[in-house]
Design a binder for this molecule. Structure first.
Ligand SMILES: [Zn+2]
Length: 414
């Protein structure tokens, strides 16, 4: 059994070894498509090579690394995450899932021939930190990447994404060929740090993830009348910033009422001088929820609130869409497995949605998928302070081993 041979302590020691190789006081150095990233991946390859039975360790046409442990059946369970990190990032983002996946392969190999094939994947450039496109390897794999658009993206030194990838042997024009690997895949599991404060605030080491939330982004423009700040009495103003400010507070209530999240990320006033009532205020609004119907209701309520706030200050309001993605729910059976595994190690079957997107969201379009989250100290990530208590890492890895073991048994049973 995978679960019996799975050793969470090896996950932690592998993470510490990687930190010694590509980390330090300035944080992680695993920026995708750089020599340090290759160094981190070479450590992974060396560890995979030590596992008896692991056949091919190779890079696909999208730059993702795959390793295969053949089982009694060709149908496979895939485990993985990403080795790459943001510059000066933390020691756990992505690599916690990769090292836990490595341990799943080790444990499966140590238990004899697994009942189904087990594969590890290290997705390329999850962070998008160099060229600005997140989930690059997994979205290229899933066929949702706009190839021609991203090829032209440039980094700070003017190097195009196309040039940088070709230098590492990746030609995105061939990326569609990678998808043949999905044919035998029956399940995908990924462990990741939460990168937020929810689990820590409840004293929990690990939780099951229900899916990634849907996102709606808009530019919302309030229009009133610019006027002299000295000569215009308060009740004669059409003050667009006051309307936007009232709306921001109403938006907060809407999010709390629907148990979602909403953010006003920026506000720009015109004319933008201290001596004028702002005649135009433009704000950026982001709304997120796991349930598509609730997200729609949140948006309806927010629009009504904006009309109310605008009317109160004699202004008008207009919504322009910026970007949206629907919620991506994970697989109910795998969620049940993950919750059972979480309950086994923590005593409570906590499950929560993911606010950030992950490679698992791309895999969920193709095959049954689930994630587990380990707690994040102070909810911090993408910084050198990123951390998880060792005892939480051990419990989270154990829960992941249990959930992966269950999926392997189930797929193996046909
Ligand atoms: Zn990550």
């Amino acid at each position: 059994m995978v679960t019996d041979a799975f050793d969470p302590a090896r996950v932690v020691s592998d993470l510490e070894e990687l930190r010694a190789l590509t980390g330090g006081p300035e944080g992680a150095r695993r920026l995708a498509w750089t020599d340090d990233w290759v160094k981190a991946r070479d450590l992974l390859r060396a560890k995979l090579a030590e596992i008896p039975g692991v056949t091919d360790v190779e890079m696909d046409e999208c730059g993702n690394i795959w390793a295969t442990l053949p089982g009694a059946r060709p149908e496979s369970v895939v485990v993985g995450s990403h080795v790459d990190a943001v510059p000066a990032g933390g020691w756990l983002d992505g690599v916690l899932g990769v090292m836990s996946a490595l341990e799943v392969l080790r444990a499966a190999a140590a238990s004899g021939t697994p009942p189904c094939t087990v594969k590890l994947v290290d997705w390329a450039d999850e962070e998008g930190a160099r060229f600005g496109r997140s989930l690059l390897g997994s979205s290229a794999f899933a066929g949702t990447l706009e190839i021609e658009d991203v090829k032209r993206l440039t980094d700070r030194d003017g190097i195009t994404l196309d040039e940088a990838l070709k230098a590492m042997g990746v030609d995105l024009d061939r990326s569609h060929l990678a998808k043949r690997r999905i044919e035998d895949v029956r399940a995908y599991l990924e462990l990741h740090i939460e990168q937020g404060p929810v689990l820590e605030s409840e004293g929990l080491a690990v939780g099951a993830v229900l899916g990634t939330v849907g996102v709606e982004r808009y530019t919302v423009t309030f229009r009133g009348q610019a006027a002299h700040a000295g000569s215009t009495p308060m009740l004669h103003r059409k003050d667009t910033f006051a309307a936007a400010a009232r709306f921001a507070l109403l938006l907060r209530d809407v999010a709390i009422r629907h148990e979602g999240v909403s953010t006003v990320g920026n506000a720009v006033c015109t004319p933008g001088v201290v001596t004028a009532v702002p005649g135009v205020t433009e704000i950026l609004v982001d709304q997120r929820h796991l349930d598509a119907d609730v997200l729609r209701a949140m948006n309806d309520d927010a629009r009504a609130a904006s009309e109310e706030a605008a009317a109160e200050f004699g202004c008008t309001v207009q919504w322009e869409p910026l970007w949206r993605i629907p919620p991506i729910p994970f697989d109910p059976d795998l969620i049940a497995d993950a919750r059972a595994a979480v309950e086994e190690v923590t005593g409570t079957d906590r499950a929560l949605p993911s606010g950030p997107l992950h490679d698992a969201a791309e895999m969920a379009r193709l095959v049954p998928t689930v994630m587990l989250f380990a707690s994040s100290t102070n909810g911090l990530s993408h910084c050198v302070e990123e951390d998880t208590p060792i005892e939480h890492l051990l419990l989270a890895a154990r829960a992941f081993g249990i959930a992966a073991g269950r999926a392997i048994e189930r797929v193996g049973a046909g």
